[in-house]
Design a protein around this ligand. Structure first.
Ligand code: PLP
Length: 363
């Protein structure tokens, strides 16, 4: 399936692994936490569900801070340090701040993160705190935070590391390289959740570069899915007050709007939207049927793929890769609720084996 095993080696992070294919040179100080090299997990249950030949999950929750943001952050922080930056700033729904804070700590510089008030998950906030970021909760949504971060970096000595910084996209394109390395070809379709569309654009850039050097014969169709209450690409214009439980993609005015439109068009891909209920259903399916625990936002791509299959699109014979963007431990509360939304608490039992066996239905 994956070809011959290579000689074991310690993965050195995306800059070292793809040095010649990134915008870096010998003078770039490499700030890495060993990001990238994430598993491409076979997902037969999902393939069966959508009627595809093969489906794989690119499990980006396995990055050092638990999301794909680390791929871009190693580049952005390395380049910032190379330019003499002493502080980085970002707006974030959570994962960018966790990543920026960790890479800034590794680089020995300061990080400032702007998050929307009350809208960041506990796991992500704890990471930014742990890595000693200066955290400010802004009275506004993500889009307001980004405007503020841009303003500050334009006028004060602090370096912006949001995905409007091209170094981020550059680092994130390595995920596409890894998919091709693992499969020995490109997928027919690549599916992922879309917020600012930086990642959607980054994968397309990676595949395009692989196409140019003939590592793949055709460009995968890029399928990007948003949450219904936060679906500017589906609507065709920015959404003023985006709403969804999928906080990582709760973005009304995507920063990579133009890049994403080009990627969709050139790849003959599409955008779609799914409801929060469909996202949570898939979140549960991935953890229960495949053993892959992701945060709800990360299930959005797979939820969109399932919806497409249910509404008549045929995936017969297709090889599909679905990026699951962040780890389930980022936002664990969703796993602790049943389908009706009731809290799940493990049953209490005595230490008597016979009684426990009976409760377990073993006796
Ligand atoms: C950032 C993020 C996204 C959205 O990625 P964009 O590049 O903004 O489209 C999706 N899922 C998770 C877990 C994220 O952290």
């Amino acid at each position: 399936m994956f070809g011959k095993p290579k000689k074991a080696h310690q993965w050195r992070g995306v800059i070292n692994e793809y040095f010649s294919r990134l915008d870096v040179d010998k003078s770039t100080p490499i700030i890495t936490l060993g990001e990238g090299g994430t598993p491409l997990v076979p997902a037969p249950a999902l393939a069966k569900l959508v009627g595809a030949d093969r489906v794989y999950l690119k499990f980006e929750g396995m990055n050092p801070t638990g999301s794909f943001k680390d791929r871009g952050m190693t580049m952005a922080v390395s380049k910032a340090v190379g330019h003499g930056a002493r502080a980085v700033i970002c707006a974030s729904t959570g994962n960018t701040s966790a990543s920026a804070a960790a890479y800034a700590a590794a680089a020995g510089i300061k990080s400032v993160v702007l998050v929307p008030e009350g809208k960041i998950t506990l796991g992500k906030l704890s990471q930014a705190v742990a890595h000693k970021a200066q955290i400010l909760q802004v009275q506004g949504n993500f889009d307001d935070c980004l405007t503020l971060a841009r303003d500050l970096s334009d006028n004060y000595p602090v370096h912006l590391v949001n995905s409007v910084n091209p170094d981020r996209i550059e680092g994130q394109k390595t995920a596409a390289f890894e998919v091709v390395d693992a499969l020995g070809q490109g997928p027919d379709i690549h599916v992922l959740p879309v917020g600012n569309a930086g990642n959607y654009s980054a994968y397309f850039k990676g595949y395009q570069e692989d196409f140019k050097v003939r590592r793949i014969k055709k460009l995968p169709k890029m399928y990007g899915y948003q949450a219904e209450g936060s679906a500017p690409f589906v609507q065709g214009s920015p959404v003023k007050n985006p709403e969804t439980i999928a906080t990582a993609i709760r973005i009304g005015n995507p920063a990579s709007w133009d890049l994403a439109q080009i990627a969709r068009e050139k790849s003959q891909g599409k955008f779609g939207a799914v409801s929060d209920k469909e996202i949570l259903w898939m979140h549960r399916f991935l953890s229960q049927e495949l053993g892959v625990f992701v945060e709800p936002s990360s299930a959005t791509g797979a939820a969109g793929l399932y919806k497409a299959s249910k509404t008549g699109e045929s995936f017969a014979g297709a090889l599909i890769v679905v990026t699951v963007t962040g780890h389930g431990l980022k936002d664990p509360m969703w796993a602790l609720k049943d389908e009706a939304g009731n809290e799940i608490t493990p049953e209490a039992v005595s230490t008597n084996a016979a009684e426990v066996a009976e409760r377990l239905g073993l006796a």
